[in-house]
Unconditional design. Structure first.
Length: 234
């Protein structure tokens, strides 16, 4: 997916004070942000979650009629507000699924790593790497957003995603996992030459000390990222 952000990435006042909801779909949990004054809600996802069960649980958690728009971050390639590839960690049936029709609400759909990247962006050129169930990757250069699919490119005897995964960390221990994560980050840093890298995702808390060119991300950045989708054209 190739998308664009306006010249300013700062979260702007939304037209007519629109009430925007943000849904962050992960391989193990779905998080729903209803507004800055409301608590985040969450339910389990996983290999059994179909689009239909996802919609049903969303509607049980929140009244979508309160929103003028919804942003959904999804763990798979997205283009033209449509999912292009079935996710590895959810059930099948997502490709081409019409969220706007199912939720009766305007929806902006984006890759989950890209949404967190938009919320983390501080200007210049930034490479975002999400260490979660998989490896998410997004490049933003001078407000131009380019989600990428680096996870399954070959690395050593497997791929990049494997060596930053929770499974690999459990197999080799934290010390070796740290070395592998930073080696991969260094490869990407030299290849793409960003001003800085943001490491986000659920496993970032395992990393205590970071190299100078790496900034610590926060899963909660998905919320401002989702808001920005409605204040800037992507």
């Amino acid at each position: 997916m190739s998308s664009h952000i306006n010249a300013s990435i700062t979260i702007p006042p939304l037209p007519s004070q629109k009430h925007i909801g943000v849904i962050d779909v992960g391989g193990t949990h779905v998080k729903i942000y209803s507004g800055s004054q409301e608590a985040m809600q969450m339910f389990a996802s996983g290999h059994d979650m179909t689009p239909e069960s996802f919609i049903q649980q969303v509607l049980q958690c929140v009244d979508v009629t309160q929103f003028e728009g919804l942003s959904i971050g999804f763990p798979s390639p997205v283009k033209g507000n449509r999912i292009l590839k079935e996710p590895a960690n959810l059930a099948k049936g997502w490709v081409g699924f019409d969220f706007t029709q199912a939720l009766s609400c305007p929806v902006k759909l984006i890759n989950d790593a890209a949404m967190q990247a938009v919320g983390s962006y501080e200007g210049g050129s930034m490479l975002f790497l999400g260490l979660g169930t998989g490896l998410g990757s997004t490049l933003i250069v001078d407000n131009q957003l380019q989600p990428m699919e680096l996870a399954h490119m070959p690395f050593r005897d497997k791929d990049y995603e494997y060596y930053v995964s929770e499974h690999h960390r459990e197999q080799v221990g934290d010390e070796q996992w740290h070395r592998d994560v930073f080696e991969i980050a260094d490869i990407f840093y030299n290849a793409f030459m960003p001003d800085y890298i943001v490491l986000g995702g659920g496993n970032i808390h395992h990393l205590v000390q970071l190299p100078a060119y790496i900034k610590r991300g926060d899963n909660d950045k998905a919320y401002p990222g989702g808001i920005r989708l409605w204040g800037n054209k992507l």
